[in-house]
Design a protein around this ligand. Structure first.
Ligand code: AMX
Length: 440
């Protein structure tokens, strides 16, 4: 795998030594209290995970190894003549902890291209599924089928020293990342383009080749894919897709099994499926109002109606963020350059103009601002990728970069099997009364 793997090992050894010292000297220091409400309500705010790749601040948004999204758009290497960062560069940053050089990114692009072959039996598995199967289900099944290729699983079965786990996990992660665009594009072309598949172009970067295999060979779409696959890659460790990947990995399941689990979580409407839901919500609104350019009053009424019907307004709200998501802002800036007059893009902006006040006025929605999913669908639609059921798969291809870099760190740092304590409501009632309850 070459110098990236060697550099990762050097970094990981040094961080592992630091962590050992931190635990020895400060292991008993209290990180926070846990309340009954937190135990019942999704564990919000409990610090119980270590994720080295990125850190989320409620006000500032996501930072990857300390770098914000605007900084990354400026500092990460770009394709020749390109305007947006190459996601391979972000992967390097998350893995190694330092900004890559142009050569580092070229090396990763070439490595992914070289490793991208997908065995035919995976396509056969996809072909056996009904064409109507949701693209995320097809994606998850294909990733699980590919598990047969896991080097870690084979070596583990042969018997390996704990100290070597990280090395095989690393190889599996690289192979899986390399193969995902081909699998995703295959699912897209099978479902929406009559199985008219497009062969990979090994000269292109990871995102450019994905755009090419999807069938959108234009500069604007290449730029969108590079931006999209960069900004969706990671959002610290507690979100469902990252946490699921990490949790399953703690049982020493190989990266294929872990990532399929993460994708099954990303497929939920409160997580990654929200990008598809946003487009459906806008289209339903336009259909009901019989216009493709609803005005702000009409949009306000439709938001209120959605709330009255007990539904969520997709693309708004967040478990941690308390401001407009910088990933939304990055896409808005991209749209201002590439497609400011697109009717759906304009509607996204008009929703943004009115939704925060209405959602805020409910008094219960903690974050009335847009998240990443509020904008992405309108951009994809603009470039002709109109099949919104596929959007979460693109999110998933990107998310692989973060969660699999995280998995490499998990094994390199020797993290143990994850097993938080759970209790039942009987236990909680006894605890409230101050009675002792027997624990496992
Ligand atoms: N529309 C309507 N109601 C909303 C809302 C929204 N956009 N966001 C939150 N609420 C409601 C919650 O459903 C909850 O209602 P309840 O008390 O009746 O159960 C109440 O407001 C409090 O929720 P919260 O603490 O503000 O949010 P949360 O941490 O529980 O949930 C999230 C966060 C993202 C699931 C939620 O905001 C939501 O459902 N948003 C819409 C779906 C969406 O856009 N998801 C994508 C998130 C980003 C991602 O992972 N890709």
């Amino acid at each position: 795998m070459g110098f990236v793997k060697d550099r990762f090992k050097v970094k990981a050894d040094s961080v592992a030594a630091e962590i050992k010292q931190i635990i020895a000297e400060h292991g008993n220091k209290v990180l926070g209290e846990t309340t009954i409400a937190q135990a019942y309500q999704g564990m919000r705010g409990i610090i119980g995970l270590i994720t080295e790749t990125s850190l989320l601040d409620a006000e500032d948004g996501i930072r990857f190894r300390g770098y914000s999204i605007p900084e990354l758009r400026e500092k990460l290497p770009k394709a020749p003549g390109g305007t947006e960062p190459l996601p391979e560069g972000l992967f390097y940053l998350m893995l190694i902890g330092e900004l890559p050089s142009e050569e580092d990114v070229e090396h990763l692009s070439a490595t992914f291209a070289r490793k991208s072959h997908v065995p035919n039996y995976v396509f056969d598995v996809i072909e056996k599924l009904p064409i109507s199967t949701h693209p995320m289900t097809q994606f998850s099944i294909a990733i699980t089928a590919l598990q047969k290729e896991s080097i870690f699983a084979k070596e583990y079965a042969n018997g390996i020293n704990k100290k070597e786990y990280w090395s095989y996990i690393f190889e599996d992660c690289m192979n899986l990342i390399a193969r995902l665009p081909r699998i995703a594009a295959y699912i897209y072309r099978r479902k929406y383009k009559n199985g008219d598949h497009i062969q990979p172009n090994g000269m292109l970067d990871w995102a450019g080749n994905f755009a090419h295999m999807l069938g959108y060979d234009n500069k604007g779409f290449y730029a969108l894919m590079r931006l999209y696959l960069t900004i969706h890659a990671d959002h610290e460790g507690g979100n469902v897709s990252a946490h699921a990947t990490h949790l399953v990995g703690s049982a020493l399941s190989d990266p294929y099994l872990c990532f399929a689990s993460g994708m099954n979580g990303l497929a939920g409407p409160l997580h990654g499926l929200a990008n598809q839901e946003v487009v459906k919500w806008i289209e339903d609104m336009c259909q009901e109002l019989n216009t493709n350019a609803p005005n702000k009053d009409q949009i306000s009424d439709y938001i209120k109606k959605t709330l009255t019907e007990g539904k969520v307004v997709p693309g708004y709200g967040h478990a941690v963020l308390r401001k407009t998501d910088p990933r939304f802002t990055a896409q808005m800036e991209f749209a201002k350059t590439h497609c400011p007059d697109d009717p759906m893009v304009q509607t996204v902006w008009n929703v943004y103009a009115v939704a925060p006040d209405i959602l805020g006025a409910t008094g219960k929605i903690k974050n009335p601002f847009p998240n990443v999913d509020a904008h992405s669908g309108a951009l994809l639609k603009h470039f002709g990728l109109i099949e919104e059921e596929f959007y979460t798969v693109i999110f998933g291809v990107s998310r692989a970069l973060g969660v699999l870099a995280g998995l490499c760190w998990d094994r390199a740092l020797g993290f143990p099997i994850e097993r938080p304590k759970s209790v039942d409501t009987h236990w909680i009632k006894a605890f409230i009364k101050g009675e002792a309850v027997k624990e496992d």
